[in-house]
Every structure is written in C-alpha cells, then in structure tokens.
Ligand binder design. Structure first.
Ligand SMILES: Cc1cc2nc3c(=O)[nH]c(=O)nc-3n(C[C@H](O)[C@H](O)[C@H](O)COP(=O)(O)O)c2cc1C
Length: 188
C-alpha cells in the first residue's frame, strides 16, 4: 500500500534543514519559559518547547538549550531553575523571551533584585527544579531537572505547532487518561 505521507511518484523528502524543521514542527507542544540566574547575578529566561516529563520517582523533567545561548552559564549541575508553563494568554510573553540580545527582564524590575529563578505571573504551572544532569545533544545541551516543587493554576495552555501558537480544545465527552499508571485497555 502506498505511503500516504509521500506523494505518489515522488521521492521521500530529503533531510534538508527545512524538511527537518517542518517535521519537528509537526509535533504540537506546550510552551514554557525556563528561568534561572547566572553566576554573575543576571536573571535569564528562555522560551522553550523542548520540555518533556521524564520520571515520577525520582521526579525528573528535561528540556534542551542551544549551546550558543548566553543563558547556558546558569545551568551548571545543582543550579536552581524554574519551568514556567505558559497559559493561553501569554503568547506575547513567549515571544518576548524568544528574543536574544536585549534585556528581557525590563518587563519587571523586581526580577533583577531576586537571587531566585524568576517566576512568571499568570503561568499555567511552574516546576521549581535543580539541574540533575547535563547531556550533550548535538548543537543543544539536554538539561535534566529534578523537580523540587510544583504549582498549578486553572488556566488553559498555550500550544505551538507548525511554527504557530494556538489554543487547546477539549474533545467533548472523552475520558481522562492516566498514562503513568498503565492503561490496561479499559478506556479504549
Ligand atoms: C515556541 C518556541 C520554542 C522554543 N524552544 C526552544 C528550546 O526548546 N530550546 C532552545 O534553546 N531555544 C528555543 N527557542 C528559541 C529561544 O527561545 C531563543 O533562541 C531565545 O533567544 C533564547 O534566549 P537566549 O538567547 O537569551 O538564550 C524557542 C523559541 C520559540 C518561539
């Protein structure tokens, strides 16, 4: 049977940077701003959609940061950081922290005075972490965090797919799925 992903008579798309970006973008994600404080006292904040949950016991998460990022110095082993999971009204905040080379913390002067990782008001959830492990990942570094504390709100999530922001729409009537406990087939 013909592969519906490949147009009839055409070669599969090459692994060009464009094709790779498009394929990665096919995976819809939430959006986070990861915050921390560099050893020189500068607060850092990076919009990141590479976040993923990893482990319940111990509680671990991961995300990846470009090796060229000026924020990298904040993420030494054991360093505290916060993963701010953005709510659907925080698209502008996501874009604010996705721009390099400007003072991102001008939006709230209080952040500069605080030695703790900045907390973004109005986030959907926050995970307070410390760096558990760092792994080489090509042009990025995979940062594994141990989760120390969590906080949640009832806000809807901001989503990102195909290079665009969007909102989450619940399927009416669909049951909640606890994928951490094993599914045993009963919900299908
Ligand atoms: C939706 C979205 C997701 C992003 N995800 C990541 C990511 O996971 N890792 C990363 O290094 N950069 C990611 N970026 C790009 C960074 O936010 C951007 O390069 C930012 O300037 C990094 O901050 P810095 O230059 O202060 O380190 C993302 C940008 C957007 C808009």
């Amino acid at each position: 049977m013909a592969d519906p992903l490949v147009p009839a008579g055409a070669e599969p798309p090459a692994l060009s940077p464009r094709a790779l970006r498009d394929a990665f973008g096919a995976f819809a994600t939430g959006v986070t701003v990861v915050t921390a404080v560099r050893p020189d006292g500068e607060p850092v904040g990076v919009t990141a959609n590479s976040f993923a949950s990893v482990s319940l016991a111990p509680p671990l998460v991961l995300w990846s940061l470009a090796n060229t990022s000026p924020s990298m110095a904040a993420f030494a082993l054991g360093a505290p950081f916060a993963i701010n999971i953005l709510a659907d009204g925080q698209r502008d905040l996501a874009m604010h922290f996705a721009r390099s080379g400007k003072d991102k913390f001008d939006v709230d002067a209080a952040w500069r005075m605080n030695p703790e990782p900045p907390r973004l008001h109005g986030a959907r959830a926050r995970l307070d972490c410390r760096v558990h492990a760092l792994h080489a990942g090509g042009d990025h570094t995979i940062i594994v965090g141990e989760v120390l504390a969590v906080a949640r709100s009832t806000a809807s999530p901001l989503l990102f797919a195909d290079g665009k922001f969007g909102r989450y729409t619940l399927d009416a009537g669909a049951p909640a799925v606890n994928h951490w406990s094993g599914l045993h087939g009963e919900w299908i």
